[in-house]
Structures are given as C-alpha cells and as structure tokens.
Ligand binder design. Structure first.
Ligand code: NAD
Length: 794
C-alpha cells in the first residue's frame, strides 16, 4: 500500500474544537446575566425580576441567567416601539437601507462569535452555524437593505403597519430573528421580538449590534421569556401584527387569541414533510440529501424531510446505503468542526423524541438507531430510522422534531403522491429523480409550500418560504415576505357594516304571484331543495313579496363543500379556459342586464340609474378577472447558489365567501370572480337581505359552461352559515364580509384546520373602486405560492 493510501486507511479524526473565548468573554462582560433590550437600552425587568437558566445542551453547563419579561415589561417595549414608529416610517428608504446594511456588515464582522454563541446555546454544530445560519442571516439583512432602498418604487403608496410583535422558536434562533426583523424594518415598522426561552443569547448579542448599527432607540426591542411573555405580546392592543414561527399547537392558540382584534397574522408552523425517492434517482445523491433533510440541525427543522417515501424497487438498496453512511457519522461536541450532529436543544426535547419513538415502536414500527457513541453528559440522540410503518403510526403522522426518519415504500408515482399528501401539514417536500419531467409533475401535485428537486433544505432571502394547511400561512422572503408588513393607504370605507334585517313584508302581502318562485340552493351545478325543507318569503324594498328562498342549514353547507371538493378539475383547467368562461358569464349577464337592474330596483329600492350602474360594474368586474386569470404570474428567483427557484401561484382550494348586503350583485361578483379566476371552487353565502340576486345569477352561471360544483350558492341566515363554513375542515379559505362580531367569530372558529381567513372586521369596502374592490389583494387571498427549487449543473 502506498503511504498516502495507508494514512488514508488508518487516519482517524482528531477533535478540532472552535475557540469559544470571545463568546465566553461577552457572557462574562454581562456578568452572565441579561436584562431586556427596550428603547435601545438594557433595562431590568419591572417587579419580581425573575430569571430563567440558559444552559449548554451539550454539557448541561449553566451559561447565563436571562430576564423574564412580564406584562409591564412587554407594555414598556410596545410603548417604546410605538413612540419610535412614526419617525422610522417617515425615514427615506435609503436611510433605512443604510441601517440594514450596517446590520448585515456587523453580522459578518461578528460572525465567529455569533456562530459560537449559537452552538453553545442551541447545541447545533459549529459547521452549520458558521457555514449556514450566520451567512444566511447576513444575506437576509443585505437583501432587505435592498428592499428598503427600492420599496418606494416597487410598492408605492404602501404603508408600514406600525408596531409588530414577533415570536420565534429555538431551532434557528438567529436566522429566525433575521427572517422576522429584516422585512419588518425594511418596510418601516418597529418591532418587539421575543426569542425562544431555550435560546436567547444570539438575540441579545444582536441587540447590541442594533445599537452599534444606528438602529434608532425603540425601533427594535427584545423581550425574553417563555409562553406568558409571548402571550402578553400577542394580546397587546397596540400591536398591529403578530408574526409567529413555532408549533402548530401554539399557532392555533394565537389565531384564537387574536380573533377579531384586526391584527394581521402570519404563522410559520410545524411540518411532516415527505422526501420522495423515485427509482431513477441517483441513490448516493439521495442519501446525502437525506442527511441534510433529517440529520441537519439534529432534525430540529420545521421543514425536515422526516417521511422517506422510496420506490419499492430501490428501497432495500437505499436503506442499506443510509445505514452505511450513518455508521460513519459523528455525534458530539457542537463546537468540534469535525462532527456531523450536535446536541438536542434541551433534555425535555430529547425525552419527547424518545417518547415518540417508543410510541411508534409500540405501534409496530421497527426502530434502528445508528450504532454511534456520544458524550454521556449532554442531551444527545442518535440518528434513527423507523420502518414497517402503517400510515396511522405516530412516527408517520406526528412531527417528532428530532433526528428520526420514518420510512415507507411505494409502488407507483400516484401512490407516492397520495401518501405524501395524506398529512395535515404542508410545509415542504423533496423529490429525488434523474427524470426532470417526472420530478416536475410530482412537484406540481404535492401539497406543500416549498418543493426541492434533487436538493433539500435550501433557503434564501429572495425566495418565499412558508406552508399550507396546518403548516400555517404567510410567506417569508422576497417581495411576498414584505407584503406581510405593508398595508394599502386606504382599504376600507370609514363606516362599519351591519347586517340588514331580512326585510319585512307589508301586512297582508303574500306571495301573490301565481307562479311558484321558490329559489333553491345551487349545489354541484344543480338546483337543490334545502335539506331542512324550509323556505321563506323575501320582501321587496317596499314590503311586497318578491319570491321565496331556501333556508340553508349545516347539511346544505356540507353538500356544497363536498360538491366543491369534487370539482377539483377546475384547478387544472387552463387559465385561458377559465378566462373564456368568465367572459362568457359576463356576456350572459349582459344579455340579462335589464332583468338584473329591475331586480335591484325592486329589492333594494335604488334608482334605475344606480341599479344600471351596479349591473354595468358587475359585468366590468367579470371582465377584469377574466383578464387577470392568466396574468397573476409567479416569479423566478436566482439565489446565490446555482439554482433556479420558481414561485408558482396555485389556487388555495375551496373558498367560502360570505357576501355583504351592500351592493348585493356587485359584492357577490367581486368575491366569486377572483376565486374562480384562479382555479378555486367556492361556496357562496349571498346577502341574507337580497338573496334573489344570487339565485338569479346562478341561472347565468348555468348558461355559461361553468362546470358544476365550481360555484355553489347556499342561501339562508348569513351569520350561522358563516360559522358552519368556518368550522368546516375541508374548506381551505373563508372570506367574510359582515359585522365585527361575525369577523371575530369566524377567525376564532377557523382553527380546526387553520384555514386562511380574510375578514372585514366590520368595515365596509368600496366595491365601486377598482383600487379597493378588486385586484391583487383579492388574487393573493385566492392563491398560495409554491416555491420550487431546481439546481442545475453537475
Ligand atoms: P413553540 O410553539 O413551543 O414555541 C415557539 C415560540 O412561541 C417560543 O418563543 C415560545 O416561547 C412561544 N410561545 C409558546 N407558547 C406561547 C403562547 N401561548 N403565546 C405566545 N407565544 C408562545 O415551538 P418550539 O418548540 O420553540 O419550536 C418548535 C416548533 O416550531 C416546531 O413545531 C417547528 O416545526 C416549528 N418551526 C416552524 C418553522 C417554520 O418556518 N414553519 C420554523 C422553525 C420552527
């Protein structure tokens, strides 16, 4: 054997620990005790001055005592942010850009100490904090410095929201801080941020960078603490938006606590993401991908590829390769540059992982733990595989948030797709295949916010990241991420809405008309009698009987949602076809314009001219969305690595629309048209006061080639039908135009499947104006973005 080969064969790794002196000196300079960063200064918490322990998970060593912010401290932080907000918002974009740029530079200059602190605090390998977390943090601030500079041109007139509350998890402490702070600041908001209780140190270090970078006092405030501190921030009445990253369980709680408050909300929640290996995949590449998918950051990654789906023909070979690769893994001191996996963030989390693995085993899963040694003192867990799973097994369904891979095989791509999508989560998916056509087809079919093809766990500041279903809503990164922190100058008319009473008949008035004019429900493209068999008379504006209408109930809503779910092929219809059908609807409405005008006059009592105007505006709105159908485009991003990243708009799915009483025809069409233009199906609850406009309108739909089930109309008591829709777990979104109390109810009732809600908080919208009554805001609410990553080159 040659000398080199001999050395190669016998050489064993020696530890190469990163020096931690600078990080420890910083801790010592603070006496290993931290207060809160409020209004640009360190302050002690008011009152009891309680602290919690910050420990190194790799050793259990105490690192620092961290202040727990109580409600009074959160109040002080919000007050500081509110005081700083007007001046920060008024600054020119260039001035904000300079501050963000200074932060990016300072992160780079402090990169070593930040990387070490993060590893000490979280347990993740220095290799990752040094090469992934901290460089991405800097990139985020650079990218958003650019947005601050360009915002006035790219989003003219848009305004910041004011004070933003941000709550982040422990798995990527500094990176999550950057994802939250950079866009908020770029847009001119001020922030109160709460880091996770296990990992506050890098946020506290960053606070000092803010002072150094010239962030004005009060623009960034950092309050440490656990759930109660987060809750005080979430509940604070001055906070205009909550941006949350964390577990689905807490996300639900936050949705319900902010219901009806008018606060904007974005939720980046948990996941159970599929990692799909097709038989034509480069298996060695797929193994390296899996290492990054589930053993990166000890598997404590929201978008970890924790469910391996492998084509049966290559399953045994792939498992063998994974085991062989893991046999050479190194677990140990996170500061050692030679290790692959560090420590689990806290013994509590390690026990949770172990409990879930035990449960999976007791349910029939076969558990294989990589036969590796690791230090006894710290909070370590070996890479683990679980096979022989059924789809009901805990390991297949639940987010374990640790280095545990659940494995299943499949026989056809259709089965892979079905297994991948059979999850309440929808954060990400990875596809490994040498056949780009198959990979892209699958990418199109999987239900996830992010799809990686032949790569995994890729992130960039320019590329939207976020989930669907119970993985949350809202996107971080790029222009889409910025939109979460901006509002239009005028969204609502000043007045608030009330529901109009159903309308009273003059005494003695009856149906009068010899023809039976009971309007039925419109479900699955057919007129259906209401389930309860109940109908009621509808009054004209002057108390005559205009006709009868069905009174829908829970069962009618269920049937309508089912019909809408069954019309899924609409999502696959070409945008061109959807546009043609919208034009056709407009044309048919136009033919019956006189009839609709007369109906409006009769029911609402408006003048003939006003009614004519409403019908004309409704036809124009249909034209608008026919035009939009093939023009609401995604984007292509070019992150620093060699990848093409596509942001594709996909329909949200089935959307409920609860219509306003005002302008009953224009209101209805303004809500239905954007929904169907983008390939969604809808269940509409028309104005309770004027339902006959909607029941007349379905006759127009019937003659316009719209497939059955794409639009369903259920008449009845708006508020109770709205609540039923909010509680329905097969609905993906719900738009509500009604009262403030109704808005609160809808948001609170939406938490079952975390459907996306869009409510008016009791405000009236100006349906006449194209700026307020149509356009991108409606299209954005009717769609979700899928980000598809495609690497290129060898
Ligand atoms: P967690 O939900 O327990 O905590 C997250 C944050 O919320 C922490 O700062 C915590 O103190 C705070 N919090 C807890 N209860 C609260 C309450 N009632 N009100 C307000 N704030 C409260 O989650 P975690 O254990 O820190 O993090 C792990 C979870 O985060 C996983 O489910 C993971 O998937 C998810 N995560 C998601 C993403 C994403 O982008 N989708 C990214 C990272 C982590």
């Amino acid at each position: 054997m040659s000398d080199v080969a001999a050395i190669f064969e016998t050489m064993s790794y020696g530890p190469a620990p990163e020096a931690d002196a600078a990080a420890r000196a910083w801790l010592a300079a603070h006496g290993a005790r931290f207060g809160l960063y409020i209004n640009g200064q360190w302050v002690a918490p008011v009152g009891a001055a309680a602290t919690f322990d910050c420990r190194n998970p790799a050793t259990g060593e105490h690192l620092a005592a961290i202040a727990i912010a109580g409600p009074a401290d959160v109040d002080a932080a919000v007050a500081a942010a509110a005081a700083a907000a007007p001046a920060w918002a008024k600054r020119r974009g260039h001035e904000r850009a300079r501050v963000l740029y200074a932060l990016a530079r300072l992160v780079q200059k402090s990169s070593r100490v930040l990387a070490v602190l993060e590893s000490l605090d979280n347990g993740k390998p220095i290799r990752e904090t040094r090469d992934i977390d901290v460089p991405l943090v800097a990139r985020h601030f650079y990218h958003h410095a650019g947005w601050a500079q360009l915002l006035a041109q790219e989003a003219p007139q848009m305004l910041p929201l004011g004070v933003v509350g941000q709550v982040i998890p422990w798995n990527f402490p500094l990176l999550m801080l950057a994802w939250k702070l950079a866009p908020a600041l770029a847009c001119g908001n001020t922030v109160v941020l709460k880091p996770a209780e296990f990992t506050s140190l890098t946020a506290l270090y960053f606070a000092e960078l803010c002072s150094e970078a010239g962030v004005p006092p009060g623009v960034v405030n950092i309050v440490t603490g656990a759930a109660e501190t987060g809750q005080a921030l979430v509940d604070h009445p001055v906070v205009a938006k909550i941006a949350f990253t964390g577990s689905t369980e807490v996300g639900r709680m936050i949705r319900s606590r902010t219901a009806g408050s008018g606060k904007r909300l974005s939720l980046e929640l948990g996941g159970k993401s599929p990692f799909i290996v097709l038989e034509d995949a480069d298996l060695d590449g797929a193994v390296e991908g899996l290492i990054d998918a589930i053993w990166f950051n000890q598997g404590e990654v929201c978008c970890a590829g924790s469910r391996l789906l492998v084509e049966e023909s290559v399953a045994a070979r792939l498992l063998e390769k994974i085991k062989a690769r893991l046999a050479n893994f190194r677990i140990g001191n996170p500061l050692d540059k030679c290790i692959d996996m560090g420590a689990i963030v806290d013994p509590i989390q390690r026990e949770r992982i172990d409990r879930l693995v035990g449960q999976a085993e007791s349910e029939g899963g076969q558990v294989w733990r990589a036969p590796l040694g690791f230090p006894a003192a710290g909070s370590y867990y070996p890479p683990t595989l679980i096979t022989h799973l059924g789809s009901a097994n805990t390991a297949w369904r639940e987010e374990i948030f640790g280095p545990v891979l659940a494995v299943m095989s499949f026989r056809s791509v259709a089965e892979a797709q079905q297994l991948a999508n059979n999850s309440r989560y929808g954060l990400s998916a990875t596809i490994w295949s040498e056949n780009i056509n198959r990979a892209l087809e699958l990418a199109n079919a999987v239900k996830a916010g992010v799809v990686w093809i032949n790569c995994t766990n890729q992130f960039d500041a320019a590329c939207p990241f976020g989930g669907i279903k119970e993985s949350g809503y809202g996107r971080e990164g790029g222009l889409l991420g910025l939109q979460e922190y901006l509002k239009p100058p005028r969204e609502w008319l000043a007045e608030t809405t009330v529901r109009l009473p159903a309308g009273e008949l003059r005494s003695g008035a009856s149906g009068g008309d010899p023809i039976d004019r009971t309007a039925k429900q419109y479900i699955g493209g057919r007129q259906m009698r209401p389930d309860g068999g109940e109908t009621r008379l509808v009054a004209t504006h002057d108390g005559r009987a205009a006709g009868r209408v069905s009174v829908g109930n829970r069962k009618d809503i269920r049937d309508a949602v089912e019909a809408a779910c069954g019309a899924e092929s609409w999502a696959k219809a070409t945008a061109h076809l959807r546009a043609q059908i919208l034009y056709f609807i407009a044309e048919n409405l136009s033919i019956r314009a006189r009839e609709f005008k007369a109906r409006l006059v009769d029911l609402t009592g408006v003048t003939a001219a006003a009614a004519r105007r409403e019908v004309a505006a409704s036809i124009e709105r249909l034209f608008s969305y026919a035009a939009w159908a093939d023009k609401f485009e995604g984007a292509v991003h070019r992150p620093p690595a060699r990848q093409l990243v596509l942001s594709v708009h996909e329909p949200l799915g089935v959307i409920g629309v609860v219509c306003p009483d005002a302008l009953p025809l224009l209101g209805l069409i303004s809500l239905i048209a954007p929904v169907i233009a983008l390939g969604n199906r809808c269940v509409a609850v028309p104005s309770e006061r004027y339902p006959l406009l909607a029941t007349d309108f379905y006759q127009v739909l019937d003659t316009s080639d719209l497939p059955g089930g794409v639009v369903n109309i259920v008449t009845g008591a708006s508020e109770s039908l709205a609540k039923t829709l909010a509680e329905h777990d097969q609905l993906d979104g719900l738009w509500y135009h009604g009262t403030a109390a109704g808005s609160r109810l809808i948001e609170a009732a939406s938490i079952g499947n975390l459907k996306r809600t869009w409510v008016n908080d009791g405000h009236a919208r100006d349906w006449w104006s194209p700026q307020s009554g149509e356009g991108r805001a409606f299209l954005a609410a009717a769609s979700q973005v899928k980000t598809i990553w495609l690497p290129y080159g060898d």
